[in-house]
Design a protein around this ligand. Structure first.
Ligand SMILES: [Fe+2]
Length: 250
């Protein structure tokens, strides 16, 4: 009898993710008007309300730091985060770090400045979406040499690592070099395309995903998380895997 019901209703339809189990989102773009994320404080607050509705306890937002487009610094990020905190008045824990794009200026910053971390020494970084940086392993090594623990943002979104049937071998290699991998919630519903969804699923199947986050840029993303990601069987699988480190940031 049970199997008949399973067939009628389908296991997929019955999933309703409890986001309070993730508890902490550590990659988003919620500081208004300093990168390609939130355009206004009103939007920022609406997105934060969305996280609160979903059951999150803590949001660490991560504006882009990218020398060609978003020349953010602790000065453009941290006071704005404080203002948001005042408005939130304790409803959600909220802080800011950054998502570092690994260009040549990043290497200079790494050498000369104290970088903004998710927590302790955890550093969120990203590569180009278009072409493989020639010095991937060296960048990773340089980050580690400075005492940071690197977290690679959305590894599933770099096509050059996986194209031509390479699968996830290169990403596994990066993980084995001591880099934590952070998958985007929206990759799991095919928001960035079917190949990216497939890579995200392969990473989950291989137990290579340590962090899951929204990379929320606007209210459209929040709507998709509420309506579609909340039904993702792969997200449930990832939560059940016990591999996620998000709650360690509470
Ligand atoms: Fe991002």
């Amino acid at each position: 009898m049970i199997s008949i019901f399973k067939n009628i209703f389908g296991k997929k339809d019955s999933i309703n993710i409890d986001f309070s189990q993730i508890a902490v989102d550590m990659h988003s773009h919620l500081i208004p008007a300093i990168d390609d994320g939130s355009k206004s404080i009103k939007d920022s607050m609406a997105m934060l309300e969305g996280f609160e509705d979903l059951g999150y306890q803590k949001i660490i937002t991560t504006p882009h730091i990218m020398s060609d487009y978003y020349q953010n610094t602790p000065e453009t990020i941290l006071p704005a985060a404080q203002e948001i905190n005042k408005i939130l008045s304790g409803r959600l824990q909220f802080s800011a770090a950054a998502e570092y794009y690994t260009d040549s200026e990043f290497l200079q910053k790494l050498e000369n400045e104290k970088l903004l971390c998710i927590s302790e020494h955890k550093l969120l970084f990203e590569f180009s979406f278009l072409e493989e940086p020639i010095n991937v392993n060296d960048v990773i090594f340089q980050i580690q040499l400075k005492g940071y623990k690197p977290i690679l943002a959305h590894p599933e979104r770099y096509p050059y690592f996986t194209k031509n049937n390479k699968g996830i071998k290169r990403l596994k290699d990066i993980s084995e070099r001591g880099v934590d991998l952070q998958v985007n919630l929206l990759s799991l519903i095919g928001h960035y395309g079917p190949e990216i969804k497939k890579t995200a699923e392969q990473l989950i199947d291989a137990n290579l995903v340590s962090w899951i986050s929204s990379d929320c840029h606007h209210l459209g993303h929040m709507k998709l998380i509420k309506e579609k990601v909340s039904k993702s069987a792969y997200l449930q699988k990832l939560i059940d895997s016990g591999n996620l480190k998000n709650t360690s940031l509470l």
